[in-house]
Design a protein around this ligand. Structure first.
Ligand SMILES: Nc1ncnc2c1ncn2[C@@H]1O[C@H](COP(=O)(O)OP(=O)(O)O)[C@@H](O)[C@H]1O
Ligand SMILES: [Mg+2]
Length: 429
């Protein structure tokens, strides 16, 4: 309850369509005052559109956006207490650094002495003292980016929106600017909403990450939770590297036995899984372990195809009997499996995340609504199995995309509503 009143920006059931293209789907997101929140997702997933709606450059098709608790539909971008930093910097080429940074204050007819003082302050914050008289063409990429940031913070907005602001910089400078930006955000106490497609960047900088996927919020969590407990297969795949095994679940006390094509494995039973349910087991390469002896509960073997030296660790590619390849990483100094040899593979059950498979999750989402009617119908049909997956495929394109994130139903109930609705319609049809 307290959290809700602290939200400085809130999106409620926000949808955005460009004609037929449904680019943001029922987005619910509350951004807390003073936090560094990243919107992370692949190109085209709707990040920029979301940011532009918050900024007021784009109007949502439906839903509400609140800034400081007030709906902003009727407010122009400059009337919202937010400011945007674009990837392209958008500096005025014919103005000096000083004039670029002072621009907003001049427009507001701020007194000259105050402008001078505040520009100096802003330039000091981004470590550009002494650059006042230079023109943008006389600056490096990183310096231009700093000017753009100084210009955005000089009006002391409550919220700074940043759209891939480091995208044009080379790797080394980007890493340096990431740390600088994070420090600056802490010092200023301004809320940062930071758009990026770079998972490492989001993991390094953010207090929380909103992972988007085809217009849907898959997961909203702290970086460590996003990494350790991905809510969907998409998140598990997109953030870091994951070994994902498909299989059937059998809950047994505190563990779940999962029978995969390559053998039996264990995962922790976090509840909510049924006997015989289709699941996916996600295991990080650094959690995968090997031995010449079998471990209780595991019946998984792999042959080492190759070992690759990657700086501080060694990456081993192993081939399972099912033909699936898995990745195992060992820190230098640790034992490394030998190329060509076969090993028993295992992990701590608590190191594996078990996910509901997509069609199955839609199934149980419907179950919460009207299981009896729908399952009776499905059982009665000639091919119950294909009725289920057929349902997922036959759903409208947007719902098909949505189904991937339906697995996160528990984390983001709203995300699951689209496919569920599509299926309810189908069930009644
Ligand atoms: N002005 C527009 N008109 C039509 N389609 C658009 C417009 N802006 C973005 N889109 C589409 O919306 C989707 C999401 O785009 P965008 O928000 O820019 O993604 P991202 O920033 O995550 O890469 C894309 O399919 C893109 O083509
Ligand atoms: Mg974008």
């Amino acid at each position: 309850m307290l959290m809700a009143s602290q939200a400085i920006v809130e999106l409620k059931n926000v949808d955005k369509r460009y004609g037929e293209n449904h680019v943001v789907k029922d987005l619910n997101l509350a951004i807390n005052e003073g936090e560094f929140l990243s919107i992370l997702g692949p190109s085209g997933c709707g990040k920029t559109t979301t940011l532009r709606m918050i900024a007021g450059f784009e109007q949502q098709s439906s839903g509400t956006i609140l800034v400081e608790g007030e709906p902003v539909e009727d407010k122009e971008p400059f009337e919202r207490n937010v400011n945007t930093v674009f990837q392209s910097y958008a500096l005025f080429p014919h103005m000096t650094v000083f004039e670029n940074v002072a621009f907003g204050l001049k427009m507001k007819r701020t007194a000259r002495a105050e402008i001078r003082e505040r520009v100096q302050e802003a330039l000091a914050l981004v470590q550009l003292e002494g650059f006042e008289k230079r023109y943008p063409s006389q600056l490096s990429g990183g310096q231009k980016q700093r000017v753009a940031i100084a210009r955005a913070i000089i009006n002391q907005p409550k919220v700074l929106l940043l759209d891939e602001p480091l995208g044009a910089l080379d790797l080394k400078l980007r890493k340096q600017m990431q740390l600088e930006l994070k420090r600056l955000q802490k010092r200023l106490g301004i809320t940062f909403v930071y758009v990026t497609h770079d998972q490492e960047e989001a993991l390094t900088m953010s207090d929380r990450i909103a992972v988007m996927h085809e217009g849907i919020l898959d997961q909203l969590d702290a970086p460590s939770r996003i990494y350790d407990f991905p809510a969907t297969r998409f998140v598990a795949d997109f953030i870091g590297e994951s070994n994902i095994f498909d299989g059937l679940a059998s809950p047994q006390g505190k563990n779940i036995v999962v029978t995969t094509e390559a053998g039996r494995v264990l995962g922790q039973n976090s509840g909510g899984f049924e006997e015989g349910e289709q699941v996916q087991v996600s295991v990080r390469p650094e959690k995968l372990r090997f031995d010449s002896e079998a471990r209780e509960g595991f019946d998984l073997e792999g042959t080492v195809r190759e070992n690759i030296f990657v700086g501080t660790f060694i990456k081993s590619i192993l081939l399972l009997s099912s033909g699936q390849e898995v990745v195992l990483t060992s820190l230098s100094g640790q034992a490394v499996p030998e190329e060509g040899r076969s090993y028993h593979l295992f992990w701590e059950p608590s190191d594996a995340v078990i996910l509901h498979s997509r069609s199955q999750e839609i199934w149980s989402t419907i179950a919460n609504v009207d299981l009896s009617g729908f399952s009776a119908e499905a059982d009665a049909s000639a091919d119950a199995g294909s009725a289920e997956t057929g349902g997922a495929n036959a759903a409208p394109a947007s719902a098909g995309a949505a189904s991937a994130s339906a697995a996160s139903a528990s984390a983001t109930p709203a995300a699951a509503s689209a496919p569920a609705a599509a299926h309810r319609q189908k069930a009644r049809a």
